[in-house]
Design a protein around this ligand. Sequence first.
Ligand code: NAD
Ligand code: DAU
Length: 349
Amino acid sequence: MKRILVTGGAGFIGSHVIKLLVEKYPNYQLVNLDSLSYAGNLNNLTSVQAAPNYSFVKGDICDASLVKKLFKEHRFDTVVHLAAESHVDRSIEDPLHFARTNVMGTLTLLQEARLAWEGDFSGKLFYHISTDEVFGSLSHEGYFDESTAYDPHSPYSASKASSDHFVRAFYDTYQLPIVISNCSNNYGPNQFPEKLIPLCINNICNGKPLPIYGDGSNVRDWLYVEDHARAIDVVLHRGKIGETYAIGGDNEYSNLALVKLLIEVTDALLGNPIGHSESLIQFVTDRKGHDYRYAIDASKIKRELNWSPSLDFEQGLRATVQWYLEHPEWVKAVVSGAYQDYYDKMYKH
Ligand code: NAD
Ligand code: DAU
């Protein structure tokens, strides 16, 4: 039995984590704290919204009195912290907002967990979900692993790096039981269509341009979101306190190669002739400070916690494209912002 505060559970990865934990552990109690920013969508959670071991609270992780009240009411022994501003391009436009949510929000949660658990840290865990972007940029060779020095470049990755440092500082200073994982790029159902993969699927479906930053040679290491959720499950249950786990898909693609594969898969599923949507590719001005390559050496989590990615990329990509094609109403609602009414309909009577 665990009493878990999950933050950011209405977002892309958080909603897959909530579904996995609610379904797999009926004896746990999970509270999902999410402010329902533009990226938070309760439509992602309809399959579990009535489950007796799940409840939702709309609120901000920076709101210390709310977090304190929730700790008091629910006597959490575990925090699984995913809430964040997550999109690099938005961080370039509005870095302060990223510092507020990602740094001050994490610090608020750490402080309230410490105060609530003070005097008895046994059986407690603060699990911070982070990103491989804190490690900076690789050239053609090499991999990030748990020993890689931090070298963030974008305001997003700087804010995540800062939050990781605060998490570790609470371990070193107060012995707050923490664990951190740093994961590579996720893809799959329910990802907001500002990120490269869902953006391109949506644009192929609508015959719109596929914007490729720079020359498309930047490389990312892609992992199916449900594989990440399984990794979070194993770190949550078997991760060693004070440790970091690097998580990745062993699956590097340049952006251009990825978009070409997406075109192939999407055109085939739409019944379009081979190469039909290639003309939509448009090379555009590069992202400022664009990291060249991310790639993870995930041997620690594989060796110590017996986790590995389950889906091969083409299989995962096909499943993802299929999901988007079958859920045009989901895409339409998030693009138009109409999904924001869902909370009022479901929770306010
Ligand atoms: P997302 O943007 O889809 O979801 C973020 C969620 O956090 C949303 O539901 C949003 O409403 C909520 N949120 C934002 N600000 C909040 C606040 N102040 N208070 C409460 N809730 C708030 O993000 P995602 O892609 O699901 O990423 C989840 C976590 O995983 C983030 O911490 C991110 O840094 C990390 N991560 C993401 C990836 C990826 O590829 N997407 C990879 C590695 C790590
Ligand atoms: O590596 C983990 C990170 O992956 C997470 O921490 C972030 O939250 C998540 O957003 C993701 O960051 P990226 O910046 O790598 O993802 P994005 O989908 O925005 O971009 C993927 C690559 O595609 C990147 O090299 C930029 C490029 N790109 C992106 C967009 C949106 C384009 O070429 N065109 C685009 O329109």
